[in-house]
Design a protein around this ligand. Structure first.
Ligand code: KG4
Ligand code: ZN
Length: 343
């Protein structure tokens, strides 16, 4: 998607997202300079995976199959597709069996309705989620910190649709580290919100934990050593105060993320700085990044409204809308899921 070459007419986009453990459907109505989310439905499977301590791909896929058709109906998607101009769907990255459910559904609808099919990268969806707050606007070059259960990346966005990943995690993603630490501490699943809630009451300086790669001369991350440090601390201090451990762990993650982002901003001097992905719901990360960036950058960090930080289809719809305006379509016969897709 290099430039916007369309005449830009009003357009209604149906979007489907099934890359992990949320089944999501959205309808967006867009025009030349504005858009509105008309429907936004998300069915979370957290409870179905909680007893396994993580997402089980086959169970995720089966649950998507169980609920997707009903959600399309609940979103009042017309049976004949009347009024829908394009079907957008997440085709990667994510869990292959889960992605396949959404992609097959979107492909079927696009084929029988004879409407264009727009393949959307889940990570591009997270980036565009910040536009769901109407105050936000992407100016290029932009710099994005994507922090989710599967990804931790700093992305330089040179122009619309032109991405360069300048830093990424070498092992666990930030959200994954929260989830694993919650498991080590027997706090349950989904770890991020549980650990950060507990951390609010704790002392972030109580326990000395490492800040992996904070001084490395690159923008990469590593969180598995931090998780192991938490494990050793628990083994050595079984009576440790969990709230202090949660707060110290959260502080270590936030320190590394903020420090790398500050270095990346200094180097690339972006016009927009944005924070997105499930972990961007974290209050401490939001406020500390905001504070650090305010000191060196004239504009605030752009974040999505809280209801759109986790996986949803509204973000796929907005990313799909911009792609559809550029006629960035795929032949339904050719779409394939890409579990390891990057930007
Ligand atoms: O973007 P997302 O919904 O799904 C993926 O694309 O992975 O991100 C989910 C991740 C989970 O690891 C979850 O624990 C984490 O986001 N998360 C948080 C918070 N809320 C969700 N991590 C830290 N603090 C939070 N408040
Ligand atoms: Zn996600």
């Amino acid at each position: 998607m290099v430039q916007d070459k369309s005449k830009i007419r009003a357009m209604k986009v149906l979007a489907i997202e099934t890359s992990c453990d949320e089944t999501a459907v959205a309808i967006l109505e867009g025009s030349r300079d504005d858009f509105r989310i008309k429907k936004n439905l998300v069915a979370s499977q957290i409870k179905d995976h909680a007893k396994y301590g993580g997402v089980v791909p086959e169970i995720a896929a089966r649950k998507h199959v169980d609920v997707l058709a009903g959600m399309l109906k609940a979103a009042k998607v017309p049976a004949d597709g009347k009024g829908i101009d394009a079907v957008a769907v997440t085709y990667g990255p994510g869990l292959a069996p889960a992605l396949r459910v959404g992609v097959e559904a979107a492909k079927t609808l696009a084929t029988v309705w004879d409407k264009p099919l727009v393949p959307v990268n889940h990570l591009e969806g997270h980036i565009y989620s910040v536009l769901l707050d109407k105050k936000n606007q992407l100016k290029f070059p932009a710099l994005a910190l994507i922090v989710s259960g599967g990804h931790t990346e700093i992305v330089l966005i040179k122009s619309r649709g032109k991405y360069k990943v300048i830093g990424e995690t070498r092992d666990d993603a930030a959200g994954e580290a929260f989830d694993k630490v919650a498991k080590l501490m027997n706090l349950g699943y989904l770890g991020g919100p549980i650990v950060s809630k507990l951390a609010e009451k704790g002392n972030p300086n109580a326990i000395d934990l490492p800040r992996p790669m904070i001084d490395a001369k690159n923008f990469d991350f590593s969180f598995s050593g931090l998780k192991t440090a938490v494990l050793y601390h628990l083994q050595d201090h079984p009576r440790t105060k969990k709230k202090d451990l949660a707060a110290s762990f959260e502080q270590a993650v936030v320190d590394v993320l903020v420090s790398k982002m500050v270095k990346a901003i200094r180097k690339h001097e972006p016009k927009t700085v944005l924070l997105c992905g499930g972990v961007s719901a974290n209050k401490k990360l939001r406020s500390e990044l905001q504070r650090a960036v305010r000191a060196i950058h004239e504009l605030p960090v752009q974040v999505a409204p809280l209801k759109y930080t986790g996986d949803n289809a509204a973000m796929i719809a907005i990313a799909g809308f911009y792609r559809a305006r550029n006629e960035d379509f795929i032949d339904p016969k050719k779409i394939k899921v890409q579990p390891n897709l990057n930007l």
